[in-house]
Design a protein around this ligand. Structure first.
Ligand code: SF4
Length: 228
């Protein structure tokens, strides 16, 4: 099997989360079902972006238009979460931040959209998490994801200097700086090679099934895909 599109950072982080998840999204026609959690996640991300770029007062003014993007039955719970966001102790103000910029690496043939790229004293790359699972700290797949965003950023901006990598859980008031090391970069690059080997049938699809399945968007049709 030849891959006809550019790999995305999402493909790579999916592979770390579960090899089958990457396989399903890249090799099958199964469409990703947009769950209520996904709709809520998109709206909360938008709310967080407004707060980072324009401040709390603007976010408060925009609440109704944000809610209009969700089914009515989700409004109360979303409203509570957006209100919590306005009170979150995570205070990041980056008026000139780029929101979900598309970054593409020619060298690695990988593309991706970090949540936020800001330019303070040093560049800052932020991933924002509104987890549906009880785990409230970055997983391996989150760390590989943000390291890949750094790899794309450093190529696109021809920048090798210091950078801040942050994974933020605004509703839990948690912020995790991710250490950028040569080892972490090497590991992230090696994951891409493993993904390519698996997707192109050069390597077997590892057996998977874990508690993570409960929080996976593919759980309803994963069993339809032939597993080894
Ligand atoms: S449901 Fe489980 S096994 Fe299937 S893709 Fe998701 S995490 Fe992997």
């Amino acid at each position: 099997m030849v891959i006809t599109r550019k790999l995305t950072v999402r493909d790579i982080s999916n592979f770390v989360y579960c090899p089958l998840k990457a396989y399903i999204s890249m090799r099958t026609e199964i469409q990703q079902i947009k769950t209520k959690q996904m709709i809520a996640g998109e709206i909360l991300h938008k709310a967080f972006f407004i707060k980072v770029k324009h401040g709390i007062a603007t976010l408060e003014r925009e609440i109704q238009s944000l809610l209009n993007n969700a089914p009515r039955q989700m409004h109360n719970s979303l409203l509570r979460k957006i209100k919590s966001l306005t009170k979150s102790k995570i205070k990041i103000k980056l008026p000139h931040a780029l929101i979900e910029p598309t970054l593409t690496s020619i060298v690695h043939q990988v593309t991706g959209k970090p949540d936020i790229v800001g330019f303070a004293k040093k560049p800052i790359i932020i991933e924002v998490k509104f987890p549906t699972n009880p785990i409230q700290e970055p997983t391996n797949s989150d760390v590989v994801q943000i390291i890949w965003y750094y790899i794309l950023f450093s190529e696109v901006y021809n920048y090798q200097g210091p950078v801040s990598l942050l994974i933020v859980y605004p509703l839990q008031n948690k912020l995790f700086p991710i250490k950028l090391t040569q080892h972490a970069i090497k590991y992230a690059l090696s994951v891409k090679e493993k993904l390519i080997a698996t997707i192109t049938d050069m390597a077997p699809l590892p057996k998977v099934r874990s508690r993570k399945c409960n929080y996976c968007e593919f759980k309803t049709f994963c069993h339809m895909v032939i597993r080894p």
